[in-house]
Design a protein around this ligand. Structure first.
Ligand code: SF4
Length: 296
């Protein structure tokens, strides 16, 4: 994709000291303001719950508990992750501008009517690439997620199969609010600094319809305080011996719940303990909902 090449080219030139710094000064000032906003957003008190386009694609149960004001267990490193995500996003916008990519708008507040409710959101950026204006979302990703979810072996269809954070619905909601197609994600590997432009399909009519209908149904459930239920089941822990799968007797927390700050509400006896089936010298931890076998 030409835009990716342009970004890479700009950064290489910058590395060789070939970029006119006076041209960058106004962009650097703007970047500074965005960093201040990121610190304010992540380090100061959060407001009351509102349905937002960025959250609507997450599981309904999370949003119901958020609306109820249920206490969230947000780890200190979650705040660091959110903050770094916002800062990477600000860097991405800076680099896109410095590269000369046509930015139609950025950080635009938008609204969409869903089930009679005005749902707000802030889209990341609208780019004009080859005369086509599309809504793009910026994501920072771990090396694994960069290679397996977004770039490399990943892509729109891979994300669609397992999307606990609702990235696809979020993209289609911004696109609907702007009446422009969803371009996809500009994704940056937090560790290696690599970029990619992960494109949404050209024909997105069906997906847009499906995700908007699902978003409407979620809004209705949230507004009408539909009964809360844990929609996921814990998973039996297994290991393999000579091709046979054997259960340890333990149960693992469903993956979506491991990312959720309400896990202690929904899985009261959960334990974060060394992974029983790991053969590593220093075993990684895993979330167990039932831990009866501690060693194999
Ligand atoms: S812990 Fe799981 S079930 Fe509970 S709110 Fe979070 S995602 Fe939903």
């Amino acid at each position: 994709m030409l835009t990716l090449v342009e970004v890479q080219d700009f950064l290489q030139k910058a590395g060789r000291g070939e970029v006119d710094s006076s041209r960058l000064e106004p962009l650097i000032e703007k970047f500074g303001e965005e960093c201040k906003d990121a610190l304010r957003k992540q380090l100061t008190k959060r407001g009351d719950y509102r349905i937002r386009m960025s959250g609507l694609g997450r599981p309904l149960c999370q949003q119901q508990l958020e609306k109820q004001g249920m206490k969230q267990d947000v780890a200190y490193n979650d705040i660091m992750r959110f903050l770094m995500g916002d800062l990477v996003e600000a860097v991405a916008i800076f680099v896109l501008k410095a590269t000369g990519v046509k930015i139609v708008d950025e950080q635009r507040q938008c609204t969409v009517d869903l089930a009679g409710q005005e749902v707000k959101g802030t889209l990341d950026v609208i780019l004009d690439i080859d005369g086509e204006e599309k809504v793009w979302d910026i994501k920072s990703a771990s090396p694994w997620s960069f290679s397996n979810k977004f770039s490399g072996r990943g892509g729109y269809d891979v994300i669609k199969e397992d999307d606990p954070f609702g990235y696809i619905m979020q993209g289609h909601l911004y696109a609907k609010a702007e009446d422009r197609p969803f371009g996809g994600w500009i994704v940056i590997d937090k560790s290696s600094g690599e970029w990619d432009f992960v494109q949404a399909p050209e024909d997105q009519t069906e997906d847009s319809k499906t995700y908007i209908a699902e978003a409407e149904s979620r809004v209705e459930s949230i507004v009408n305080d539909a009964p809360f239920k844990v929609p996921f089941q814990s998973v039996p822990e297994t290991y393999t011996v000579k091709g046979n799968k054997i259960e340890t007797g333990n149960r693992l927390m469903p993956k979506t719940c491991t990312f959720c700050s309400f896990k202690e509400n929904c899985w009261k006896s959960a334990e974060y303990a060394p992974k029983v089936t790991s053969k590593a010298k220093f075993k990684p931890n895993a979330w167990y909902t039932k831990l009866v076998t501690k060693e194999l």
